[in-house]
Ligand binder design. Sequence first.
Ligand code: UDP
Length: 341
Amino acid sequence: MRVLLTGGAGYIGSHVALVLLERGDDVIVVDDFSNSSPEGLRRVEKLTGGSIELVEADLADRAAAEAALADLDFEAVIHLAGLKAVGESVAQPSRYFRTNLNSTLNLLDIMRAKDVRKLVFSSSATVYGTPDADVDRLDESQPIGIGITNPYGRTKAFIEQIIADVQQAWPELEAVLLRYFNPVGAHPSGEIGEDPAGIPNNLMPFVAQVAVGRREKLSVFGDQYPTVDGTGVRDYIHVMDLAEGHVAALTHLSPGVEAYNLGSGEGHSVLEVVRAYEAASGREIPFEVVAPRAGDLAASVADPAKANADLDWRTTRTLGDACRDSWAWQTKNPNGFAPVG
Ligand code: UDP
C-alpha cells in the first residue's frame, strides 16, 4: 500500500514508518518539522533499507496543504500531525484548535477530492475525560468529551466528531480512531525514540533524563490517589506495539468509523515505572513527592478487548521492555537527534 503519514517525522510516526517499510509498504511523510527533525526518518531508512518520500508542509495552511498533496499518489492516510503538549494547550488554546482542527479539515477535504478513502487517526485516551470513579478499565463505549481538562484533549474529541460527521456525508470513508494510552519506549535498536523539546512533560522521558544525569530528580505528582501506592496509574504501551496497532488498523478498515483503544490493559503506578527504569538502567532515580498536577486522573487503564478481537492485535512487550529500549535510546542519543557536543 502507498501510505501517507502526516506528522510522520515525530515519535510515533517514525516507528509507524519503520513497521510499514518492514512490511513492504510505500511511505510518504508530510511534516512541518515544528516539533521533529528529518533525522529520525533517515535512521528509519537505514534500519530498514527502505526509502521514504518526504514532503515539508504545514497542513493547517490550506494552500500549502493542497499544493503539497495535489500531485501525490497515496491510498491511505495515517493522520498523526498535531500539537500535543497539554500545558501549552492551556496557555495557547486558539493555536491548538486552529492547528489541530484546520489541518484535519484540510486533509479530509483533500482526501475526498482525491477519493482517498482510508484514514487512521491518532486520537487519545484523553477523549474519555474524567470517567466515573467506579470504572477501572476504559472501553470504547465510555462517553467521550465529558470532563476533558485541557484544550489539547478537546481537539482530539472534536476531531473524532468531525471525522464521524464527514463520514455521514461521505459513506465510502473508511476511518479508524485510535485512542492511545501512554506510548513509551523506543525501537530496540536505540536509533529512534522520543525526542522532547525542552523539559519533558511526560513521565518516562523525564525519568530517562534523570537516569542519564541530565536532570537531578523526578517530581512525583501526588501520592495520595486511591491507587496501589498512592501515585498515578497509567496504561503504558510500548511504541512498537502502538506502531503495529496502526498497521493492524490499516489492514482492517471498512466503510464507517470505528474507535479502538490501543493499550495493554495493565496499569502501572509512577513508582512502579521508577523501579522498572532503575532495573533496566542500573541507575538510581532520585525522586521527591510534590503536589498533584492540575487535571490529572488517579488512574487511566485501557480495556483493549475490542482492538484485540477486531484488529487481531495485542501488545506483546512489557513495561520492562519499554524501559530497556528507552534506556538504549537515551544512552546512545543523550541529546536526542541533535548532534552531540
Ligand atoms: N508524572 C509525574 N511526574 C512527572 C510526569 C508525570 O509524577 O514529571 C505522573 C503523572 O502525574 C501521571 C503519570 O506520571 O500519573 C503519567 O504522566 P504523563 O504526563 O506521562 O501522562 P498522562 O498524564 O498524559 O497520562
